[in-house]
Design a protein around this ligand. Structure first.
Ligand SMILES: [Zn+2]
Length: 140
């Protein structure tokens, strides 16, 4: 399995991550899925509505989630994963991320260091939920 992302979408995630710094940004990845490739075609940007610590946690509100599902249907695509940023941290899932992740979806994490976009990595939770595996990103 790998994930393909157009440059423009990758850049928009970086911008959003820099805009919301030092808080985490978040959003929904919309596109197509087949057995070996998940193709990102659109983003649905969402608000981080976590009510305690938005510099270390994110939460997508139900209204934004419904909006993303509707947008995906309009584009005849599906929700294939989620993205969020890690301000001043590596693009590696936290324990908190694991607690809230679902196995089928891809999780794209964008590291932002001192307000500047750094690395991006994609992850998929194993079915037993014990750990994430890294997924190769191909820029299209
Ligand atoms: Zn995280």
């Amino acid at each position: 399995m790998r994930i393909t992302i157009p440059t423009a979408i990758l850049e928009r995630i970086e911008e959003q991550a820099a805009e919301t710094y030092p808080e985490e940004c978040c959003g929904v990845l919309i596109g197509s899925d087949n057995e070996s490739v998940r193709k990102v075609m659109h983003l649905s940007e969402t608000k981080n509505v976590h009510d305690e610590n938005r510099t270390r946690r994110f939460m997508i509100g139900p209204d934004d989630f419904i909006k993303a599902e509707k947008f995906a249907r309009e584009k005849k695509a599906e929700i294939i994963g989620f993205y969020h940023s890690h301000p001043d941290n590596a693009a590696v899932p936290s324990e908190h991320d694991r607690d809230f992740a679902w196995p089928w979806y891809l999780y794209l994490i964008a590291s932002v260091l001192n307000g500047k976009p750094s690395t991006m990595q994609a992850w998929k939770l194993r079915d037993d939920r014990k750990r994430f595996d890294e997924i190769q990103i191909t820029i299209s």
